[in-house]
Design a protein around this ligand. Sequence first.
Ligand SMILES: Nc1ncnc2c1ncn2[C@@H]1O[C@H](COP(=O)(O)OP(=O)(O)OP(=O)(O)O)[C@@H](O)[C@H]1O
Ligand SMILES: CC(=O)N[C@H]1[C@@H]2OC[C@@H](O2)[C@@H](O)[C@@H]1O[C@H](C)C(=O)O
Length: 366
Amino acid sequence: MGAMSGTSLDGVDAAVIETDGESVFGFGESAYRPYSEAERAVLRAALGRWEGPEVEAAAEIVETAHAEILSRFENVALIGFHGQTFAHDPRGRGTHQAGSGAILAEALGVPVVWDFRSSDVRFGGEGAPLAPFYHFALAKFVGAAAPLAFLNLGGVGNLTFVDPGFARPEAEGALLAFDTGPANAPIDDLVQGRLGRTRDDDGALAAAGEVDDAVVARFLEHPHFYRMAPKSLDRDAFAVLSQEVEALSDADAAATLTACAAAAVMRGMEHCPSSPERLLVTGGGRHNPVMMAMIAAGCDCPVGPVEDVGLDGDMLEAQAFAFLAARVARGLPTSAPSTTGVRAAVGGGTISRPGELGLGAALAGS
Ligand SMILES: Nc1ncnc2c1ncn2[C@@H]1O[C@H](COP(=O)(O)OP(=O)(O)OP(=O)(O)O)[C@@H](O)[C@H]1O
Ligand SMILES: CC(=O)N[C@H]1[C@@H]2OC[C@@H](O2)[C@@H](O)[C@@H]1O[C@H](C)C(=O)O
């Protein structure tokens, strides 16, 4: 079972898969546990912070929400717990996902794999994106014969080019992955700040507005777009965008931020070593028809949700961390030079087993 609390801060996704960490054999149950308004406010206060009382309070919410949702499942052999990224600076302070897998292992009585990103960063990688090895397995699962691409539209966007002709994901040429740019986070922040809403539902606000092309052009001058892949982003790396749209109406600002997310994907597609047969979209942004239409209009290949090939785009990242947990348990790598820029293929993740914290002994002796 995998659990993901993404940069959108909307809630926790949990999903069961059957896997040996190399192939996907099938999918099990899944569940979603949204954060309440009050919880989200605590999580937002921790954004951009590495430590301190704000991060501790947020970590407690992350752990409690996960314990709640994960305890609903039975017959799970292993849990992959991503935790919540509040700060990501792979070239500087590193990367940190809040929440303790050791505490969850204790609470749930099941081994938990966690802290997936640190060792990749330690060996020179970006620490993200990590879903690409799962995308590789999924390309095989859906029987893809030609290269294809997966696009995740979460708070941040990330793209994976997959050549299913290779036997293993770490082989040179099998994958190319990177973060495209901001996706939903700037839109969520805009509607939260101006209208007190969590998202631009179905892109309704963006649909009523006009795109400010000058803002989009300035956005594309950001150094991120001049870097070679692999590359990753902090959720708030493009915080300047909120000032850029400050003078625009609500609808024009939403339309412009949506166009920025789509323009970043277009730039990303230029990194693909060859034209993929199709672009399969996962993550919450695929529910936004305005964003999807803008991406489709700028792409040379067919664009559609992962549901087109029978996958679940709301649970794909949670499934990815179940898959990666199984790889960690088997000592297999979870990232490679072409997915994170790490020096050599490396396995990331700590395994915590129930009983390791010694809470049982401590209680018995008290
Ligand atoms: N019906 C919808 N209309 C518009 N936007 C939507 C809709 N449903 C979801 N979204 C957007 O998708 C976001 C959630 O997407 P998702 O759960 O994939 O992100 P995440 O996993 O938190 O982020 P990341 O992948 O960056 O870690 C919401 O915050 C919202 O902006
Ligand atoms: C540091 C971090 O948490 N990055 C997230 C974020 O959200 C999307 C994008 O940026 C991606 O790089 C990553 O998440 C997915 C699950 C990944 O690692 O593949």
